[in-house]
Design a protein around this ligand. Structure first.
Ligand code: ACO
Ligand code: ZN
Length: 458
């Protein structure tokens, strides 16, 4: 079709279903005489973007490119939770609601629509998290390329990440077809700046211990025969059951840190990679078995953060997502903040999945505190301040406030803020806590924070 150019929009049938959704054409290419289009489904996360053929399009419903509104000022990225706050010292009293006390506003239409869209996108996403466990460790080697360890060096941008707006067509498109790491084959979600010649291969092979990337299974085997690592470099600072956390200094273990960032970028959309990993610490969560420590996820953290960030980037690998490990990583990050005697918050913007996970963690943690409150005097209502919640949990007060507001718990009654816990909230909290099986045991953490400001150089 001649008028199927970049920027044009057309309804496209989803990969696993009958539904059509309006999609924008990002790029096109000709493969064996057939044109393929890289499309982005409007209102859905970019991880669903894909190459499609015309046969999946409703060609009689093509729309021209979106008009860009140049008059309306563009809003900044903004903190998704920044809403009006109550003063720090306000005492929040806890009570059971009576209808006249319930002064909270219902969620607005816009908010409802936004939530619906996120959930819709996520619901679809779940079926698209393609992970294939590899049946046996001895997969036939079909690849006879020379064993070569000296692969093209990584691009200079690898390492820490910062928020970005993607306007570049190249970085907007997924570039790696599949990765093989440990016993899994995983389909990446987003672009990551691996060397271009390697992204042209059907599978990119990763050493699950040092995260080095290789062009073939033969190369991987050869590498594994020489690789000395059976766990991430750095210090094991936590062990409970078969879960361990390793602390890796981005300056001391540059190559590992850069490889970790390259891997993470495949699943993180809103971050740009920088090559300087020196200012960061990386906390890698592993599961231990007789073969070694297998990476499950990680978070990075600035050695010094002027904005009180206690997490820069956070990731669980797709094969173990939605099993509670994301919240385990988050819980661990707040345990570190507790040892530091600080409150902290994740770096903004959060991704859609990041927001869901943090909201869930904050809600559970704060409700746990509130529901455990006892009155000072018999017959009195239990009371707590926002600052107290923040101190006990290390959750930054803005996040405490946004969570209470999101849960619709705060109401204003007779001149003071009142926390109203309905039976419904208590029941759903008890239910969600009963599902949260894996937890951090603070006694298993062996860690002393360093005062990085006293060191001349990280
Ligand atoms: N659809 C709907 N809900 C989801 C989904 C999903 N695909 N994934 C997670 N959730 C919800 C869970 O239901 C759970 O809430 P609940 O317990 O109240 O039901 C909550 O999020 C956390 O679930 P976990 O199983 O603990 O988290 P998971 O292991 O899936 O990890 C994470 C969450 C780290 C965000 C993961 O999805 C991920 O790595 N995503 C890609 C990278 C990313 O977006 N990172 C965050 C960026 S923001 C930042 O870096 C500061
Ligand atoms: Zn290795």
């Amino acid at each position: 079709m001649d008028n199927l150019e970049e920027g044009y929009r057309v309804p496209v049938k989803f990969r696993d279903g009958e539904d059509y959704h309006l999609a924008e054409i990002i790029s096109k290419k000709v493969v064996n005489g057939e044109t393929k289009y890289y499309i982005h489904y409007e209102a859905f996360n970019k991880r669903l973007d894909e190459w499609v053929e015309e046969s999946r399009m409703k060609l009689d419903e093509i729309q021209g490119p979106k008009k860009i509104d140049t008059k309306t000022p563009v809003k900044g990225q903004g903190h998704p939770f920044s809403r009006p706050c109550s003063p720090a010292g306000d005492v929040l009293q806890c009570s059971t609601p009576t209808p006249s006390q319930m002064k909270r506003g219902p969620p607005t239409k816009k908010k409802k629509l936004e939530e619906k869209l996120v959930h819709k996108a996520l619901a679809v996403n779940v079926s698209h998290i393609d992970v294939t466990p590899i049946p046996s460790p001895n997969i036939p080697v079909s690849d006879s390329q020379d064993v070569e360890d000296s692969l093209p060096s990584a691009p200079r941008q690898t390492g820490s990440m910062s928020a970005h707006h993607d306007t570049d067509v190249v970085t907007r498109m997924k570039n790696v077809e599949l990765i093989e790491i440990g016993k899994y084959r995983i389909r990446p979600w987003y672009f990551s700046p691996y060397p271009q010649e390697l992204t042209e291969l059907p599978v990119l092979y990763l050493c699950e211990y040092c995260l080095k990337y290789l062009k073939s299974r033969t190369c991987l085997k050869h590498h594994l025969s020489k690789c000395l690592l059976l766990h991430p470099p750095g210090n094991e600072i936590y062990r409970q059951g078969n879960i361990s956390f390793f602390e890796i200094d981005g300056r001391k273990h540059k190559s590992y840190a850069q490889n970790l960032c390259l891997l993470a970028k495949l699943f993180l959309d809103h971050k740009t990679l920088y090559y300087d990993t020196d200012p960061f610490l990386f906390y890698v969560m592993c599961e231990f078995d007789s073969r070694g420590h297998h990476i499950l996820g990680y978070f990075s953290k600035e050695k010094e953060s002027s904005e009180d960030y206690n997490v820069a980037c956070i990731l669980t690998l797709p094969q173990i997502q939605r099993k509670g490990y994301g919240k385990l990583l988050i819980e661990f990050s707040y345990e570190l903040s507790k040892v530091e005697g600080k409150t902290g918050s994740p770096e903004k913007p959060l991704s859609d999945l990041g927001l869901l996970s943090y909201r869930s963690y904050w809600s559970q943690t704060i409700l746990e505190i509130i529901m455990g409150l006892k009155p000072n005097e018999p017959g009195e209502r239990p009371a707590i301040t926002i600052n107290e919640i923040s101190e006990v949990t290390s959750i930054k007060r803005e996040d405490v406030i946004s969570t209470l507001q999101h849960l619709n718990l705060i109401s204003y009654f007779k001149g003071q803020y009142v926390l109203t816990l309905s039976k419904e909230t208590r029941d759903s909290h008890a239910k969600s806590m009963s599902r949260r099986k894996i937890r951090i045991d603070s006694k298993a953490l062996h860690w002393q924070p360093k005062d990085w400001s006293k060191r001349g150089k990280w």
